[in-house]
Design a protein around this ligand. Sequence first.
Ligand code: HEM
Length: 641
Amino acid sequence: MVYYVALLHSPPLSISTQRFHAKQICINTLKFTTNAATSSSSSCFPCSITTQRGSGSSSSVIARASPSGRDPDSVDDDDDVRKVERILEEKRRAALFSKIASGEFTVKQKSVLLSILEELAKVGVPNEVLEFLFGWVDRGAVQLKIPEAKGSVKAVRSVAFFIPLYELYLTYGGIFRLSFGPKSFLIVSDPSIAKHILRDNAKAYSKGILAEILDFVMGKGLIPADGEIWRVRRRAIVPALHQKYVAAMIGLFGQAADRLCQKLDAAASDGEDVEMESLFSRLTLDIIGKAVFNYDFDSLSNDTGIVEAVYTVLREAEDRSVAPIPVWEIPIWKDISPRLRKVNAALKLINDTLDDLIAICKRMVDEEELLFHEEYMNEKDPSILHFLLASGDDVSSKQLRDDLMTMLIAGHETSAAVLTWTFYLLSKEPRVVSKLQEEVDSILGDRFPTIEDMKKLKYTTRVINESLRLYPQPPVLIRRSLEDDVLGEYPIKRGEDIFISVWNLHRSPKLWDDADKFEPERWALDGPNPNETNQNFKYLPFGGGQRKCIGDLFASYETVVALSMLVRRFNFQMAVGAPPVEMTTGATIHTTQGLKMTVTHRIKPPIVPSLQMSTLEVDPSISLSDQDEMSQKGEVYQAQS
Ligand code: HEM
């Protein structure tokens, strides 16, 4: 994710396996107003202890309360009653001190000073003296310190960085600090802290390191942007993904998936194994190019020019996110490094292409007579770019390019990774595949999927939901605190770099039954589609709060369409002799050596679609069997024999 993350790939973790479970109390916030020695009236009324949890902090305060609700000063003195109350009060305070001393709600990492105070309490130092000392102790000296894992991680050099973070989470809990020399990160794996950062106090956090890393390719695009630029761009872009647009995209998804099916047809017929990860990457590149700026990369059949440039830039972004030293920031390096020169040339080609597309689109908008309205969509070019230009979006072409590039990257690698890991998971669960095929056969038959089918393909959707739980893309969300804050029980300073480990949240044994098991049935078919809100931030497939993914529905439908169209037509198995499927990280989770599969036609495919794919418009209701059905069937059966 970040070049600093690569520090994880350098020196073995020397971690003390201390576990911290006790509750905290911010001792210096205790206000003991009931001092019998100084105020006879105040000592009459019992103290009630309240724990304030609103902001995530857990500071205890002692407030006075009158049991009768009467004004204390107006109470007639009754010496005996007051004596009893005083004794009770003394007892209560003594009990509280002994609880503090025992560490019941006290610090998880004690300062030396606090330890001394606790020892004094244990050996019977009078309460008055302790009260004085507790009041005198500096706040910082007794504040909770976040559990810390220090060290070096040579031992895990070859592992995707979020894997050791999981092990550390099991030892250190929902929030801990990971330090390497002077640099440190907070690792968050607790749903309520994630909710606080992403939603409740989102304004206090920026994208931090992520924005620095992605600057060369996304500039001030929606993912890295913060503050006012982000607000303005989000407001401009989100309306472009309206319902009518997403519905139109279903046709595009179907066509692109069908192109992939044709490729797989050939492979199945020739008995050739296929590398599915790269095919999914091409599928989703073709989709997002059309969907965002109406450009057909045609990467399923073409591997040069602009497609190569896109991959060069993507690889660079991923390499930078895990590089140990940011060499690209060294001025002279830019001129002498052949790799950087190649990256710059690729960026130039992409930018020039985007500029051309923007110019073409501007001309189209100028010539069309369509009035702009909420669900505006040009049927010939329903792209997001077209919507933005037609809306009169007043923005520099650099900003527009940054936004388009951001969506290209955000919507390409993520969906490809979801499909890759879904097929990997399915290869191990024939039971799930059978259920999936049964549903797809009965709902889709031989048609292209429509928007109505999206509601009906419930099990298919649950398979994607579950795949996103086990392989969240990206596995970690990055933030930096812009101001001091309190996370859970811990005060933090401005400028902290934070990783919210979605991987840990999604695989936590504390939050899920059989957390590592691929079980689409854990999501009820007739229940709501799981999201961060109804799962209370233990499930974050598309993030949450104000920076939540804008393409969530798009991506859900895209993956459901591709999955359903592929499994209704083919069976997929891991290829004999395929390299082991292991994970590595870039912006998303990749395999180390691809996902090599053997594809076979299903014995009884519903039908084999074979459409002309030149335009975007597909009448989704058209049954493929209406179109030259016999000849297509002939091809299938030939291929099978
Ligand atoms: C399965 C596919 C996808 C997954 C898993 C996914 C996941 C995510 C996640 C987790 C975030 C939040 C990042 C953060 O909080 O730091 C995000 C943000 C974003 N996604 Fe997606 N995404 C997917 C597809 C798409 C698509 C298709 C598009 C575009 C059409 C898109 C555009 C964006 C944008 C622009 C943001 C930044 C939003 C903002 O910061 O305001 N994503 N995505």
